[in-house]
Design a protein around this ligand. Structure first.
Ligand code: AMP
Length: 296
């Protein structure tokens, strides 16, 4: 491919990527990476910027990973705009973009899948049963390709960050287990909607109504900070706020323990994750907020 952004080196193969990294390492450079599915926005740019503050070599991968989409999901129509992505990555400080083909990431002879237990059967995993196998498998392969010292992820995908931390902690592969995982805050639109590549699917009415998700999270957070300790009360509050939008279908709206993403009792734990997934006009949106329960 012709590279229109001379400051950014484009690598399409793992071999090229390894050659670039070997050269960087020979001059003492550390490597930061930001795995993405492209159609970059300010959320991705915030990760790239922090990576560029900490590492002289920053590689952004752009790969719409087919194995993390279910059969009825939006793999085919997932938004793509490579030219714009290159611009955003370059302006945010990326030195390299890794743009592998599906064949490069999943050569015919490779059929192995990584399954992370425990954390993957709730929330997103319950709604999208094969999703996290696809995520864990592709992230391991991306780490093997980009050999990063540090990889950056967004809290927007909270459950994904926990799966990746567990992947790194349990991996026997050097490239995977030596990667430091850094999670950065969710970047939002002015009205609170979490930035997402999928927001492009929202029409004007959907876009207006989508703020109900952030509003529900904020109200629940405020109640917890004010002293509410009942899970049932907090979940009811979020559901009532979401149900104000007739067209919004709730997938889940829960208050759970922030590490396990589970909760068996009605009493909220010290570290709470408020997690919502909802459909609006055919688009599935997810968001979350971490809240510390007051101790007194
Ligand atoms: P994606 O391209 O959607 O797979 O996202 C790539 C990375 O960007 C993931 O680590 C996401 O969590 C992160 N990300 C996506 N949206 C946001 C956001 N609004 N704020 C911060 N990080 C984000």
């Amino acid at each position: 491919m012709k590279n229109e952004h001379p400051l950014v080196v484009v690598c399409a193969t793992i071999t090229e990527m390894h050659a670039q990294i070997a050269q960087a390492r020979s001059t003492g450079k550390s490597v930061g990476c930001v795995p993405t599915m492209g159609y970059l926005h300010e959320g991705h740019a915030s990760l790239i910027r922090v990576a560029a503050q900490n590492h002289p070599f920053v590689v952004v991968s752009i790969f719409v990973n087919p194995t993390q989409f279910g059969p009825s999901e939006d793999f085919e129509r997932y938004p793509r705009d490579l030219e714009r992505d290159m611009q955003i990555a370059s302006e945010a400080g990326a030195t390299h973009v890794f743009l592998p083909s599906v064949q490069e990431m999943y050569p015919d002879e490779v059929r192995s899948t990584i399954h992370i237990d425990g954390i993957t059967d709730v929330l997103e995993g319950a709604s999208r049963p094969t999703h996290f196998d696809g995520v864990a498998t592709v992230v391991a392969r991306l780490f093997q390709a980009m050999l990063p010292d540090e990889a950056y992820f967004g809290q927007k995908d909270l459950q994904q960050t926990l799966v990746i931390r567990k992947l790194v902690a349990t991996s026997t592969d050097d490239a995977v287990r030596s990667t430091k995982v850094t999670v950065l805050p969710t970047v939002r639109e002015e009205d609170g909607l979490a930035k997402s590549s999928r927001n492009v699917y929202l029409n004007d009415v959907d876009r207006r109504d989508a703020t109900a998700i952030y509003d529900a999270l904020c109200s629940a957070r405020d109640q917890i900070v004010a002293g509410c300790s009942s899970r049932a009360t907090i979940e009811l509050l979020m559901k009532v706020m979401l149900q104000r939008v007739d067209r919004l279908e709730i997938d889940y709206a829960v208050a759970v323990e922030a590490e396990s993403l589970r909760l068996d009792s009605d009493t909220l734990p010290a570290h709470v994750a408020l997690c919502i997934a909802a459909r609006l006009g055919g688009t599935r949106l997810i968001d979350n907020m971490l809240v510390e329960r007051p101790t007194t």
